[in-house]
Write a protein that binds this ligand. Sequence first.
Ligand SMILES: [Zn+2]
Length: 111
Amino acid sequence: MKERCGIITSDGNFIEIKNISASNYEFLMDPEELYRYANKINAIVHTHIRGCYPSRKDLEYMKLWKNVIWLIVSEDCIKGYKISLDGSVFEVDVNSFLSEKLYNLIMKLLK
Ligand SMILES: [Zn+2]
């Protein structure tokens, strides 16, 4: 199963974005779709088959998205991360920004 991905916008919606990566173990958001929301991205969401730790690729991409929450969801967990200006990654409390509506929408990615 391919990873699925999307964004949480600053007005509190979840939008799934097409994953154009050929690999099953990473994601690459369709830039054309993503561009439409460029100025209102609060969080980037993607699924993992197992576990919620950022992959090496994830950590690389996170550096391009400072101030954006990186949300990883799989069957066994849901976790948020952010990267600080000095490049260190820290966990963000998912409950602090995830409404029940968003949570339910994001969980549908695993179906
Ligand atoms: Zn990942």
